[in-house]
Design a protein around this ligand. Structure first.
Ligand SMILES: Nc1nc2c(ncn2[C@@H]2O[C@H](COP(=O)(O)OP(=O)(O)O)[C@@H](O)[C@H]2O)c(=O)[nH]1
Ligand SMILES: [Mg+2]
Length: 330
């Protein structure tokens, strides 16, 4: 029997995937259990969620008693989305951060320069996107926290050194490291429908040193090794500004967010400091972001933008578009 899960449930599920601590996961799981349609088609999933909730509550307890002894990194989410940059040694990860963000990572010819995660903010038009540089991944080593980062990411950039003959094998090893940890670098994000313990995370395959004469051939060889891996490819050359711009646009595009501006009734519009919502976001989703209570009291909204008539009155289910201006009436 199909589960027929609602959009509300899927939203809660996505929040669960993106949660960064056991405590946050508990809150999300409770919300999922509250929202899951209660019928025969979901009994299996309901039972699974209850087990998970029990385990996660236990995790909260052990975390509390263990104190801060475990080596882990927590980087607060910032901006319109969090993008994790991963790859084999020397794949160009730190260079990506250096070119795209305000961060100053060490970029070097020799491998293993980066050991700790390093965040930076990438400006894109009037928003900022968070990028996080991570230590290299090899066949024999991966920092466990990187797996957690990737599983809760909005987007992953998997760097592939287009200038190296080792890149195809090394990149296949990076992918395998995640696969053994129930994490699939994929074209989309969410839980696997067959095996709920597997998480898919939307990933771009970033071929750096893309101007190298053999870069395309190396990429083709990678596809020979792993014909089942089907990721969107961006071939870039980080010494060229036009290529860096292409990368910026590609990241924004892949994040799949829209920008929405708000104004108060009777007040002039200012097109600054937009809210960001996932593509497909509604007036109600915006209201939740502005203030939780507003989602309850919301009556209707007026919208100005490309897809609507100026000042058109819409309901809470109305789907917003990038650069819409919204006036919420409660
Ligand atoms: N020409 C060129 N050099 C690159 C590119 N990407 C990375 N590099 C160089 O490759 C070396 C390793 O890059 P780095 O970002 O430190 O690799 P990481 O180990 O993955 O962080 C550095 O010397 C970079 O300047 C690129 O697209 N073009
Ligand atoms: Mg580095």
């Amino acid at each position: 029997m199909p589960a027929n899960l609602t959009p509300q449930y899927h939203k809660a599920e996505d929040a669960y995937r993106r949660a960064q601590t056991a405590e946050e996961r508990v809150t999300c799981l409770e919300e999922m259990l509250r929202l899951i349609p209660k019928h025969k088609g979901t009994t299996h999933l309901q039972a699974d969620l209850k087990t998970r909730l029990k385990e996660t509550r236990a995790e909260v307890e052990t975390e509390k008693s263990a104190g801060k002894s475990t080596r882990s990194f927590r980087i607060p989410r910032q901006g319109a989305g969090t993008v994790i940059v991963i790859g084999a040694p020397n794949a160009g990860k730190s260079r990506v951060l250096k070119e795209l963000t305000n961060a100053v990572p060490e970029v070097a010819e020799y491998p293993f320069t980066t050991r700790e995660p390093l965040p930076g903010m990438m400006p894109w038009e009037d928003i900022k996107i968070q990028l996080i540089d991570t230590p290299p991944i090899t066949e024999s080593h991966i920092e466990p926290y990187v797996v957690g980062f990737v599983r809760s990411a909005d987007l992953v950039l998997l760097c592939f050194d287009g200038g190296s003959d080792d890149a195809p094998e090394q990149t296949a090893e990076v992918i395998a490291q995640f696969e053994t940890r129930k994490t699939r670098l994929s074209r989309w994000s969410g839980f696997d429908e067959e095996d709920y313990s597997i998480v898919h995370v939307k990933t771009l395959l970033l071929v750096t040193r893309g101007d190298d004469a053999d870069a395309s051939e190396r990429l083709a060889f990678f596809h020979d090794i792993r014909p089942d891996v089907d990721l969107t490819v961006l071939q870039i050359e980080l010494t060229r500004t036009d290529s860096i711009d292409e990368l910026r646009n590609g990241v924004f595009e892949a994040l799949g967010v829209i920008r929405v501006y708000t104004k108060k009734p009777g007040k002039p519009a200012t097109y600054d400091d937009p809210y960001t919502l996932p593509r497909g976001g509604t007036v109600e989703d915006l209201a939740v972001k502005v203030h939780r209570d507003l989602a309850e009291t919301l009556k209707h909204a007026k919208v100005w933008g490309q897809a609507v008539q100026d000042g058109q009155t819409v309901g809470r289910e109305h789907v917003l578009a990038d650069r819409d201006l919204v006036e919420i009436h409660a």
